[in-house]
Write a protein that binds this ligand. Structure first.
Ligand SMILES: C[S@@+](CC[C@H](N)C(=O)[O-])C[C@H]1O[C@@H](n2cnc3c(N)ncnc32)[C@H](O)[C@@H]1O
Length: 191
């Protein structure tokens, strides 16, 4: 690890709960509009996973896309994140569509089939990416899609490409490389 890595806080760490208050604000909404990012990825009635949901910045938008007949499973390993996401779901009147699941750092511990999974700015926090991506794949229906986005400053291009190669080795195919502000992103399909 060189000085730039240290200054940009690269390497494994878990985003502290208080940091996520900075993750939903008008500036982020301008740069990373959740409805535009998720457009076309989730249909009414479908099941979506928001893994490393934090305070639910994307979970609420997923719930709107999935509609009342769909469901969104919000997964995080920190109670405070899940509690905040749950409060926001209740305030938005979306809590019947959304479920909240606490996982551990090395297992999602879910037994469902989803049409879509999102891991936004969280995979760099995972210790064993191969095991994690394998687990996400097992939770998707055949043909299910997985949007994986990482923070551009924290995650180098080389590190991101390694994550994409790991996903391909796990049995995902690359559908596209969406342009998302301040991010490196890939849309994957379970092949
Ligand atoms: C940087 S925050 C991003 C939150 C949210 N996705 C967003 O974009 O606003 C990363 C989140 O991933 C969670 N996380 C980290 N490692 C995890 C793991 N192995 N399993 C589930 N959640 C994890 C953290 O607790 C934190 O809430």
């Amino acid at each position: 690890m060189n000085l730039l890595d240290v200054l940009l806080y690269r390497g494994q760490h878990t985003c502290p709960w208080w940091c996520c208050f900075t993750f939903d604000n008008p500036l982020r909404r301008r740069l990373q509009n959740p409805d535009l990012i998720l457009k076309g990825l989730v249909q009414q009635g479908q099941t979506a996973l928001d893994i490393g949901c934090g305070m639910g910045y994307f979970s609420l938008a997923l719930a709107k896309h999935a509609g009342p007949s769909g469901r969104v499973i919000c997964v995080d390993m920190q109670d405070k994140m899940l509690e905040a996401a749950k409060r926001r779901a209740e305030r938005a009147g979306l809590s019947t569509t959304m479920q909240f699941h606490k996982c551990t750092s090395n297992s999602l511990g879910l037994n469902i089939y989803a049409d879509f999974a999102l891991a936004f700015w969280m995979v760099h926090e995972v210790g064993d990416q191969g095991k994690f991506i394998d687990e996400v794949r097992a939770l998707l229906k055949p043909g299910g899609t997985f949007l994986l986005a990482e923070p551009r400053l924290h995650v180098t291009e080389a590190a991101f490409n390694k994550t994409v190669s790991t996903a391909e080795a796990c049995g995902f195919e690359v559908v596209s490389r969406p342009a998302i502000a301040m991010s490196r992103a890939v849309l994957l399909r379970k092949s």
